[in-house]
Design a protein around this ligand. Sequence first.
Ligand SMILES: *Cc1c(COP(=O)(O)O)cnc(C)c1O
Length: 347
Amino acid sequence: MHQNAIVDLRSDTVTRPTPAMRAAMSIAELGDDVFGDDPTVNRLQERAAELFGCEAALFFPSGTQSNLAALMSHCQRGDEVIVGQEAHTYRYEAGGGAVLGSIQPQPLANLPDGSLNLGEVESAIKPDDSHFARTRLLALENSIGGRVLDRAYLHAAVELAERRGLATHLDGARIFNAAVKLGIHVKDLCRGFDTVSVCLSKGLGAPAGTVLVGRRDVISRARRMRKILGGAMRQAGVIAAAGLYAIDHHVERLAEDHANAERLAQGLGRLDFEVEPPQTNMVFVKIPKEACAPLVEYLKAEGVLALAGPRMRLCTHLDVDAAGIDRAVNAFAGFLARGAVESRGVL
Ligand SMILES: *Cc1c(COP(=O)(O)O)cnc(C)c1O
């Protein structure tokens, strides 16, 4: 990493395509994907389906659209999805399932480990009665807020859904972070889910794109939903090529991001910050409310970007190496030193 390069810890979406990824994009074979004849998009979809042990896959411009198309493929108008309060599909997608799908969410509190209590999930399933919405879908997320749901939990969730006749969707925007952390294959981790949405533009480093994998009938409905939502693209192979490159070259290296998150947590811990032990590529640090804005401003002047918040989230990714992490820790230390001089007691 260049000495003066910005250390951007705001999100793992900020990565730029590497030169090798750009090269793969520039030579990608292209066609019109609305006619189904972009060979690179088709290759990405086949590769993703095979990787996840699924029948089919579909390429989307964004994870939000992929999740929404999945929800709308599983649920009819007036159906209900059981989902976590902290889930991206519930909280951070502008209520798209309700706005465009007329799908009622039944949110449940996430436990501290990110999971939903399966007893509560079962109790939330509504009886077949004209008073109630039809509970149709269980939607989980992995990793969720940097935390990993393990294989035994996911399999138990899928078993419950099957027993009670619910479909299952996994928002696996960062599923490879979870799989690398657990040291198991995504095929094994996601077994039994009807659909899984996988972001290529987070830790994997592609500039855009998400792939939805799943059962052929659901993916076929999702294709119609993608058209409705305006997500059918033409020579999309240009970006699919980046996704293919990412799947082939950037999965195993997620372990480096996890090690860098650990390095960051340790460094901040030594400075006496209250840090939650990271499981994957996200570090959460407690910052006194009044220090949030001055801290972010100070870090920025030192070439370190972070989002302000009392539970500050710092993300590691492809474009931050160990030297960058050390620079970030030094910048936090500089802020503390300055605080001691200028405004004793800010931290
Ligand atoms: C980022 C993210 C999405 C949505 O992806 P976009 O490509 O930004 O629309 C969905 N789910 C989770 C968990 C995410 O982190």
